[in-house]
Design a protein around this ligand. Structure first.
Ligand SMILES: Cc1cc2nc3c(=O)[nH]c(=O)nc-3n(C[C@H](O)[C@H](O)[C@H](O)COP(=O)(O)OP(=O)(O)OC[C@H]3O[C@@H](n4cnc5c(N)ncnc54)[C@H](O)[C@@H]3O)c2cc1C
Length: 362
């Protein structure tokens, strides 16, 4: 019978799926979710879930609840229309159909459903920004230190705190200190390099367009009926077709892998977007948010002692893969399944390192 407690830092998609998987498969394992913000507001835009991620939603029993908010957004195939639009009059150059299910969501609606399915005893503790942690001798577990000066104890700490992960920063500065203490200066420097995410070389303008706000003629745009991938512009409908998710990407290949020195998100005007797409075929253009896409370099380990990393904290990746959230679902689901094993106890918490040795992303 499990007799340990887990601290989940971060109530994003990865933290919530891990928590819901624990509720389902390891109901005896106690966990607490600590979230930095004071309110989980409606953030983010559209998000697509591929078949493997969707199978996890089914396994934890949330399929029906998600259909209620998103509609049966699944399509028996993914139609992608590739349109050459960097000219005054665009042309369709390819139409691809992949034979698999795909589901698109408004991220805020997805997160809301996940939150609603947490049991009352497992509700998120808001306003708890993790500042640091101390690994005590084995039987005593870990002490967590929060920005507000409070502390808490746990046996396992899971960093689900996103691309700028504080847990990853702490873990990798300690790994680097250990290497430095052994005189391995190059290795220490390499380990420290994983703390700061690097620029993917791409920014993306994102916006959500409500169908009922569009002028006559535009509201019937084909993008509301299907998923169109148009070189650097990706659109797909969410919220049962009421909203169009738009992402318009601009690449700077020479800057890939550098440190982006500036805000990662900022407001973008319509004029700014039009300037970047000068010469493209005319279409309905909206202002939006400019997102700088950063990524986490491949980590040599996701575990240190009783501390692990999942989701973007472990492997934030380029947005065109459309798989960061899906991968984080797999992390949490797999780890929760391991933790439900009757042989896993407080005294023998080898699960984390086992997952890492198998080269699985925990
Ligand atoms: C433009 C774009 C499009 C994308 N499209 C897709 C897609 O179609 N499909 C897909 O699968 N993925 C997609 N992704 C990737 C996906 O959004 C991420 O992989 C996923 O949201 C990561 O979830 P997370 O829970 O790991 O991190 P986050 O969502 O960042 O959550 C981290 C949470 O931790 C909290 N936190 C941070 N620091 C602390 C702290 N010190 N203490 C306590 N709490 C803390 C934060 O407030 C936040 O709530 C896309 C990404 C981008 C940028």
């Amino acid at each position: 019978m499990p007799n340990f407690t887990i601290a989940i830092v971060g109530a994003g998609l990865s933290g919530l799926i891990f928590a819901l998987s624990l509720q389902k498969f390891a109901p005896d394992v106690e966990f607490v979710i600590y979230e930095a913000v004071s309110e989980l507001s409606e953030i983010g835009a559209g998000i697509g879930l591929a078949p493997r991620a969707w199978s996890i939603i089914q396994a934890i029993g949330l399929e029906k609840a998600l259909f209620k908010v998103a509609g049966d957004g699944g399509k028996p195939c993914i139609p992608h229309t590739h349109r050459k639009s960097d000219q005054a009059e665009g042309v369709v150059i390819d139409h691809t159909v992949r034979d698999e299910m795909n589901y698109s969501f408004f991220r805020a609606e997805l997160q809301k459903v996940l939150l609603e399915h947490l049991l009352p005893k497992n509700k998120v503790r808001l306003n708890k920004r993790l500042e640091s942690y101390v690994q005590l001798p084995q039987s005593l577990g870990l002490e967590l230190l929060f920005e507000d000066g409070s502390t808490a104890m746990c046996d396992v700490l899971l960093g689900c705190d996103g691309i700028r992960s504080r847990v990853r920063a702490m873990m990798y500065s300690r790994l680097a200190d250990d290497a430095q203490a052994e005189g391995k200066t190059d290795e220490a420097e390499q380990l420290r390099s994983h703390i700061t995410p690097v620029f993917s070389g791409e920014v993306v303008y994102r916006c959500l367009i409500r169908k009922d706000t569009l002028p006559e003629g535009v509201a019937e745009h084909e993008a509301f009926d299907t998923s169109d991938l148009v070189i650097h512009i990706v659109t797909y409908p969410i919220s049962q077709g009421r909203i169009l998710n738009v992402g318009a990407g601009v690449s700077y290949p020479g800057r890939e892998g550098t440190i982006y020195d500036g805000p990662w998100t900022s407001a973008a005007t319509r004029d700014e977007i039009v300037k970047d797409f000068a010469g493209w075929e005319p279409d309905y253009v909206h202002g939006g948010l400019k997102w700088v896409i950063n990524v986490v370099t491949k980590l040599p380990t996701y575990v240190h002692g009783r501390v692990g990393l999942v989701g973007d904290a472990a492997h934030a990746m380029g947005h065109h893969l459309g798989a960061g959230a899906g991968q984080s679902f797999e992390d949490g689901f797999f780890l929760a399944s391991l933790m439900s094993h009757r042989d896993i106890t407080k005294e023998d918490l080898s699960t984390l390192s086992l997952a890492d040795e198998d080269n699985c992303i925990i």
